[in-house]
Design a protein around this ligand. Sequence first.
Ligand code: RIB
Ligand code: CA
Length: 303
Amino acid sequence: MPRMIVDCDPGHDDAIALIVAHEYAEVVGVTTVAGNAPLSATTTNALLMMALLGVDTPVYSGASEALAGPAPHAQAVHGSSGLGGVTRMEHDRTVAGTDAVGFLLDAPRPDDWIVALGPLTNLALAIERDPGWVRRVAGISIMGGSAGVGNVTRVAEFNIWADPEAAARVFRSGADLTMCGLNLTHQFRSSDAVTERLRNVDSPLAAFAVESFDYLHARMAEFIGSRDAALHDPCAVLAVTHPELLETEMRAVDVETTGTLTRGMTVVDQRVTRRRDPNNVRVAYRIDAAGAMDVTLAALGVS
Ligand code: RIB
Ligand code: CA
């Protein structure tokens, strides 16, 4: 069973990813970052998920701002709380600390993975404090970027766009980096049919997932006229726990930080004949969506 630290900005898909991670990996700790909602909300939501899971995984809060300034949020998608539409159980969980960067630097063993599901600010600050850190972990798997379309802009995906300077530092760090971008995560979608497979499961995790999917499907119907919703963040966990479900290619990738139209874009060199730059990122291109959904639903209690 792989060991990992999950850096996240819950967010409904982060929350599902935390459930999947706890089912198929040893989660050493959870660190939070501002992203889908302000840091206070994403941290509150991470603590809620630990209580819902009934686990003692420590939660450390991290960056409340992006490297270059205030952190943007995605509350139109996830609600002002970051977990709109879900029932909140009472619990007494509190953070283990507020130095997420220190935890990221000190906690991992050499075979531990870092799985990042939000803006990469905490990881960039860890690299700034100790550039050798990236070689003291097994690898970094991120949900972020895209080898195709963007979502926040034509070409930029939210996690990268929210802190491009941080993302550039991670992509240029020499880390063993796996990128699960929108070109991949758009292949892995929840739907009302998926929700129906959960409705008869008598468990708090299944009930949480039903509320989350119903909320996300309603938002997607508003935004794009279809109720299907990409399950972005679980893909970055599955890239570690179930790598056989994904097809990847090594590519040269860098992050645009100054372009008027392209700030926050992951620029992937997909030229076949001439690649002058080193291939620094394992880019995921295909996912066995049915297999990934079976694995995800099994973690939620669907037999
Ligand atoms: O663009 C999708 C990403 O942005 C996901 O991680 C989602 O949780 C939001 O953070
Ligand atoms: Ca996220």
